[in-house]
Ligand binder design. Structure first.
Ligand code: PLP
Length: 430
């Protein structure tokens, strides 16, 4: 399969764009080789600049739960295009989207729309600090919440690690206010809260971690976290930028039956266009400007095209049986992948939360910590990634990203994926 045009575009891109990409993980550094340039997408399929076709399990990094160019989304966008691109003022579509989100996610009584997941988490943390009058923030090892200064903190190995900047350019004054705890570790939580609970503005967590591969939180760890936040009057933020409208209609919080104080959303809520949101109780949300003193604003926030794509997507995913059938298809595929790995004697396991999944090259039966993720066989993943790519399946070019299946992935796509996997597993050197 020729990749000449992609290679030429990448060489040109590197002249004008740092590393040739506008977001680092696109650069294939995690898997080696050169990134592909894409030309179009249709349903479950992507076409690259050289005309090669791939079954897509990246889904624009999560938004495309309906697949590429879903007719309902495209039609809604075409109607809005006739009416203008944006007015910098309020529209009915924003009200409808906010209303819909509040109905689907009961812990959200009010929300503010922004233009990215990063903006949502950054604003939610500012709001939590403004609401509590406290400065300290807790995050968990291996969780990603966008490129917010204070959240780009190196995932230390021990509990109670005081943050150090992961990235130059983040003043220690910021990162020093961020405490990093191990994921799914109740003892570390208890210890932290006993020492620092009363100074802590908020805890932010991915209830299903999707940025260290796919690692669901344990229900008992999340419910202990909820109880500790209540006891210390600390704001609990579920970062559902990835999991919202992806693992279930009501997000991960509906699966666990645990309500956070604030929720951040992104990805699916924009249906492929730039939308993020943060929301929660009216009591907390009323502290946001112009109602309250905590400042937050955005020129393109609630952009009518973006909101229209989001609304059309949220409508389509409410079709009866939508999540059940997606979940079933993912489950079948992952079960078959495990059998094919076993047949090829490749140590392998998989995780799943709704329409989101993780592939692990590991001897372990299930993975629940950052350490276990880091112990997976990276060489096997790289070989598998390229094997899949060469056989027409596009996975995220990193062992630390979740995979996404869409409603457009039918039986034929799953069969082709499994046939590709059989070859990719067989090519892995023991
Ligand atoms: C993608 C992601 C973000 C950041 O969203 P952007 O739109 O890339 O800024 C934040 N949190 C989680 C959990 C994410 O998956």
């Amino acid at each position: 399969m020729s990749r000449q045009r992609s290679q030429r575009l990448y060489a040109e891109a590197r002249k004008y764009i740092p590393g040739g990409v506008n977001s680092p993980v696109r650069a294939f550094r995690g898997v080696g080789g050169e990134p592909l340039f894409f030309e179009s997408g249709e349903g479950a399929w992507l076409t690259d600049a050289d005309g090669n076709h791939y079954i897509d399990y990246v889904g624009a990094w999560g938004p495309l739960i309906l697949g590429h160019r879903h007719p309902a989304v495209i039609e809604a966008l075409q109607r809005q295009l006739e009416k203008g691109l944006g007015y910098g003022a309020s529209t009915e579509a924003e009200v409808r989207l906010a209303e819909e989100v509040c109905r689907l996610v009961p812990s959200i009584e009010q929300l503010r729309l922004v233009t990215s997941g990063t903006e949502a988490t950054m604003s939610a943390i500012r709001l939590a600090r403004g609401f509590t009058g406290r400065d300290a923030v807790v995050k968990f090892e291996g969780c990603y919440h966008g490129h917010v200064d204070g959240l780009l903190v190196k995932a230390g190995s021990g509990a109670l690690t005081l943050g150090a900047p992961d990235s130059p350019g983040v003043p220690e004054g910021y990162s020093g206010l961020t405490h990093v705890l191990p994921y799914n570790d109740i003892a570390a939580l208890e210890e932290y809260f006993t020492a620092n609970g009363t100074n802590t503005a908020c805890v932010i967590i991915e209830p299903v971690a999707g940025n260290m591969n796919c690692v669901p939180a344990q229900a008992k760890a999340l419910s202990r976290l909820r109880a500790l936040c209540n006891e210390y009057e600390t704001v609990l933020i579920f970062d559902e930028v990835m999991t919202g409208f992806r693992v279930a209609l009501g997000g991960a919080q509906s699966i666990f039956g645990i309500e956070p104080d604030l929720t951040t959303l992104g990805k699916v809520i924009g249906g492929g266009l730039p939308v993020g949101a943060f929301g929660g109780s009216r009591e907390i949300m009323s502290r946001i400007a112009p109602e309250g003193p905590v400042y937050q604003a955005g020129t393109l926030a609630g952009n009518p095209l973006a909101v229209t794509a989001g609304l059309a997507t949220l409508e389509a995913i409410q079709a009866p049986g939508f999540f059940e059938s997606l979940q079933e298809r993912a489950q079948t595929m992952l079960g078959e992948l495990r059998s094919r790995a076993a047949a090829a004697s490749v140590p392998f396991t998989a995780s799943q939360a709704g329409a989101m999944f993780g592939l692990f090259f590991s001897e372990e039966e299930s993975i629940c910590s950052f350490e276990q993720v880091m112990a997976c066989n990276i060489e096997h993943f790289r070989s598998f990634f390229h094997g899949m790519l060469d056989n027409g399946v596009y996975l995220a070019p990193s062992a630390y990203e979740a995979g996404f299946i869409s409603a457009a992935h039918g039986e034929r796509e799953i069969e082709l994926t499994l046939a590709a996997a059989e070859k990719a597993f067989a090519a892995i050197q023991p």
